[in-house]
Design a binder for this molecule. Structure first.
Ligand SMILES: *Cc1c(COP(=O)(O)O)cnc(C)c1O
Length: 396
């Protein structure tokens, strides 16, 4: 394993501060390294692998696409899996139209183009976009500019013009930024990278109303919080504040890369042929995976399970909070859980890894739990027991 990592370090661009772990296999909610050590996985490839590992339906479906030989055919032609996935997504969201791409970043880039076309066809100056501080929308120029965190933008200026940043969950700060040039407001319904912070339903309602008044498109980035993670198909369903545009990716292919832009009403009519495209977007392999995910979300037992196991992790964490003052806040919805700590979390994450448990962070002081949605109550108990041991070692 060390030898492989040495090679990796010599040939990878140094964009990631990777843990010294080489993973090559998964089963259920466990991943295995090349020395066959197993890890209970509460990272799920960053909220991607919602069906865990080796899901029989997903595996069978992908095998059958591979056996048929056609993984990709371009968007010159229709393919049955993309049509079915778009129809399922539309039914699940109540939003009419879907554009498939390959990632969250790309979905947000598409959203930026859509809202700018929408605004500028009314008034050429109506191209400004408001996003939230501490948001995360991606790493390419538009989506990085939309991201309200200077740490992602620092060395890469100049940024894309026309963006301003309001304070998340502060309606007045949004209202103050709105002008006749504003075409859209972008919000993550639960901020992920920014520290696992849910939007206040009242805030969402007020922003929706503001958008209606000024003919501004409301865009929800559900790339991380969407597709069942909160116990709802989409996090906006909790507050019942419906966006005009929604972006999806991470969980949509349960590990096969696929993203989507979804739009309703006037926003669904904006793009015309030639406006936007993606070579790989909605190819057969990725769309077949998306069909499996969307079928699972439509299964009436799937989302209640998320809420059941989410309650279990929450009560275990609350118990730990009673023992350790360093756990300052437990946040999140469903199986998108953040624990704010008064100390850096990296040593905790490393000790858990050593003990066979993978946990992510969301900034230096927040532990982030985004396990496969198929995780069982027993597995939650196992994970929480390992965490309790680690905290006892490090904090007592
Ligand atoms: C991960 C993420 C993105 C970017 O997605 P990529 O697939 O990495 O491009 C965008 N928005 C949110 C909310 C995310 O969590």
């Amino acid at each position: 394993m060390d030898k492989m990592i040495t090679i990796g370090k010599s040939v990878y661009m140094e964009t990631y501060a990777q843990f010294p772990l080489v993973l090559n296999r998964g089963s259920g909610r466990y991943v295995f390294d090349t020395q066959n050590k197993k890890y209970l996985d509460m990272v799920a490839g960053i909220a991607v692998n919602i069906l865990g590992y080796g899901d029989p339906l997903l595996s069978e479906k992908l095998k059958s696409v591979v056996e048929d030989g056609l993984l990709h055919c371009s968007n010159f032609y229709w393919n049955p899996y993309a049509i079915a996935a778009a129809e399922k997504l539309s039914r699940l969201s109540g939003m009419e139209r879907v554009f498939f791409c390959n990632s969250g970043t790309e979905a947000n880039e598409a959203a930026i183009k859509l809202v700018r076309k929408y605004g500028s066809t009314q008034d050429p100056a109506k191209t400004d976009i408001i996003t939230m501080e501490h948001s995360f929308h991606g790493r390419t120029y538009g989506s990085m500019t939309a991201t309200g965190q200077p740490k992602y933008q620092g060395a890469f200026k100049p940024l894309v013009p026309g963006f301003s940043y309001a304070q998340f969950n502060d309606y007045e700060s949004v209202k103050e930024l709105v002008t006749s040039r504003t075409c859209a407001i972008f919000i993550e319904v639960v901020q992920g990278e920014g520290g696992v912070i849910p939007a206040d339903p009242k805030f969402l309602k007020q922003v929706r109303e503001l958008c209606n008044q000024h003919d501004i498109l409301l865009v929800f980035d559900e790339v991380q919080c969407g597709l069942g993670r909160t116990g709802y198909s989409f996090a906006w369903q909790i507050s019942n504040v419906k966006p005009d545009v929604m972006t999806l990716a991470k969980a949509l292919g349960a590990g096969v890369p696929i993203g989507a832009l979804v739009a309703t009403g006037k926003a669904a009519q904006v793009f015309t042929p030639g406006d936007h495209a993606a070579t790989f977007g909605g190819n057969l392999l990725a769309s077949a995976a998306a069909n499996c995910v969307l079928d699972r979300l439509a299964d009436p037992t799937f989302l209640p399970h998320v809420t059941t196991v989410a309650n279990r992790i929450r009560s275990a964490l609350s118990k730990l909070q009673q023992t350790y003052v360093q756990l300052t806040e437990i946040r999140g919805i469903g199986l998108m859980v953040g624990v704010e700590m008064s100390i850096p979390v990296r040593p905790i994450i490393e000790a858990c890894m050593e003990a066979g448990l993978l946990i992510a962070s969301a900034g230096p002081n927040v532990l982030r739990f985004v396990p496969p949605l198929t995780i069982t109550e027993e597995e939650i108990d196992t994970a929480m027991a390992i965490l309790a041991d680690v905290l006892a070692q490090l904090l007592s």
